[in-house]
Design a protein around this ligand. Structure first.
Ligand code: NDP
Length: 332
C-alpha cells in the first residue's frame, strides 16, 4: 500500500523533498471499520497551514505521518454493519491508496448519478464553505454588490453563483484572461477583473462604481488592499482565506484598514467551515437542488496518478488549477 508522508516541515512552497513515498501494509478492518480504496483525492489550500507547526484551528500534520484530507473512495473490505463492499463513501483519510478507517467517520454517497468529484467540490467542503460564509456572514441583499477573490476556484465560484441566485450584483477577481472570461461568460457574473493585469486598480474601480457591500476574502495581500478602497457603509467582509500569505506568513502583517472600517462601519469576520457542521445537511440539500436546476456549475481540474498529489497541491499556489483541484488515483 503506497502512502505519502510529510518528510519535513516546508519553508515557502513545498517542494518534492517535503513529501516521501512509502510502502505499508493495508490494515485489516477491525470491528466497525472498513478499508477504502481511494479514487479521488482532494488537495486544498488549508493543507499548507497544517504542514507548519504553528498553533491553528486544527492540529498540524506530524512529520513522518501521512498527509491527509478529503477523499472519495470505494469500500474494498467491510467489518461494519450498513457499509457494504463496493459502495462509494467520502471522508477524511490519509494520502494512501487504501485506508482502513472507522466507518462512522465516513459519509455514504448514495446519489452516484452525479459525477463523484462533486463530493470534493460543490457538494463537499468547498461548497459548504461558500454557502455558510456567504449566507451567514456576508448576507447579501438583492441588488447589493458582492466581490469575491480567487473567484474561479472551488470556493469562490460557488460564492459568486449563490450571490447571483440571491439577486446580488457579482464581481469576481481572478488571475488571467481565461479565468476572468469564464466568470462572466459561463458563470454569469456581472463583471470580472484580472488582478495580474497592470491596470488592476482601474479595472476594479470601473467594475465597482456602486462600491462593495460584501467582500468574500480568499486571498489577502495587495488584491484585498484594492478592494478595501471601495467598501460601502455597513459592508461585510467575510474572511475565508488569505492564500497569498500561506507560503510567507512572516510577510503577512495584517490589514491596515482600521480607519476605513470605522468610517464605513464594516463588519469583518473570519470563519471556519467546520463550525457550521450542524447545518451541513441542509446546505447539501440546497446545493444539490441548485446543481440539478443548472444554477450552479462546477469546474474541476483532475490530475491523474497518485504520484502527482504533491504537484497538484502546488498548483493551488500559482493558480495553474482551474476550478477545484483533484487527483484521480484509481478507476471508479
Ligand atoms: P482555489 O480552488 O480557489 O485555488 C486557489 C486559487 O487561489 C488559485 O487557483 C489562484 O487563483 C488563487 N491564488 C493563489 N495564490 C494567490 C495569490 N498570491 N494572490 C491571489 N490569488 C492567489 O482554492 P479553494 O477554493 O479551495 O480555497 C480558496 C480559499 O478559501 C483559500 O484561501 C482557502 O484557504 C480558503 N478556505 C477557507 C475555509 C474556511 O473554513 N475558512 C475552507 C476552505 C477554503 P488565480 O489563478 O485566480 O490567482
Amino acid at each position: 500500500n503506497e502512502q505519502i508522508v510529510l518528510a519535513k516541515r516546508p519553508e515557502g512552497i513545498p517542494g518534492d523533498d517535503i513529501f516521501r513515498f512509502e510502502e505499508t501494509e493495508v490494515q485489516e478492518p477491525a470491528e466497525g471499520e472498513v478499508t477504502v480504496k481511494s479514487i479521488y483525492v482532494s488537495v486544498d489550500p488549508y493543507m499548507r497551514g497544517r504542514m507548519s507547526a504553528g498553533k491553528s484551528y486544527t492540529k498540524p500534520f506530524e512529520v513522518g505521518a501521512p498527509m491527509g484530507g478529503h477523499v472519495v473512495g470505494k469500500i474494498e473490505k467491510s467489518n461494519a454493519e450498513g457499509f457494504e463492499e463496493g459502495k462509494y463513501v467520502k471522508g477524511i483519510m490519509g494520502w494512501q491508496r487504501y485506508a482502513t478507517v472507522p466507518a462512522d467517520h465516513l459519509s455514504k454517497i448514495s446519489n452516484t448519478e452525479l459525477p463523484l468529484h462533486l463530493y470534493l467540490s460543490t457538494l463537499g467542503m468547498p461548497g459548504q464553505t461558500a454557502y455558510h460564509g456567504l449566507l451567514k456572514i456576508g448576507k447579501p441583499e438583492k441588488g447589493e454588490t458582492v466581490v469575491v477573490s480567487a473567484a474561479s476556484g472551488a470556493v469562490g465560484s460557488v460564492v459568486g453563483q449563490i450571490a447571483k441566485i440571491k439577486g446580488a450584483r457579482v464581481v469576481g477577481i481572478a488571475g488571467g484572461d481565461e479565468k476572468t472570461k469564464y466568470l462572466t461568460e459561463t458563470l454569469g457574473f456581472d463583471a470580472s477583473v484580472d488582478y495580474k493585469s497592470d491596470d488592476f486598480g482601474e479595472q476594479l474601480e470601473d467594475a465597482l462604481s456602486e462600491g462593495v457591500d460584501v467582500y468574500f476574502e480568499n486571498v489577502g495581500g495587495p488584491v484585498s488592499d484594492e478592494v478595501f478602497k471601495h467598501l460601502n457603509k455597513f459592508s461585510r467582509i467575510v474572511v475565508c482565506g488569505a492564500i497569498s500569505a500561506y507560503n510567507n506568513p512572516s510577510e503577512d502583517i495584517g490589514p491596515r484598514i482600521q480607519s476605513t472600517l470605522i468610517k464605513t462601519q464594516t463588519l469583518m469576520q473570519g470563519f471556519i467551515v467546520g463550525n457550521y457542521a450542524d447545518d451541513f445537511e441542509n446546505a447539501d440539500r440546497q446545493l444539490s437542488e441548485w446543481i440539478n436546476e443548472g444554477k450552479i456549475h462546477t469546474e474541476v481540474s483532475i490530475d491523474e496518478g497518485f504520484e502527482n498529489l504533491p504537484s497538484a497541491f502546488r498548483k493551488l499556489f500559482d493558480g495553474s488549477n482551474f476550478g477545484k483541484q483533484i487527483v484521480k488515483v484509481a478507476d471508479e
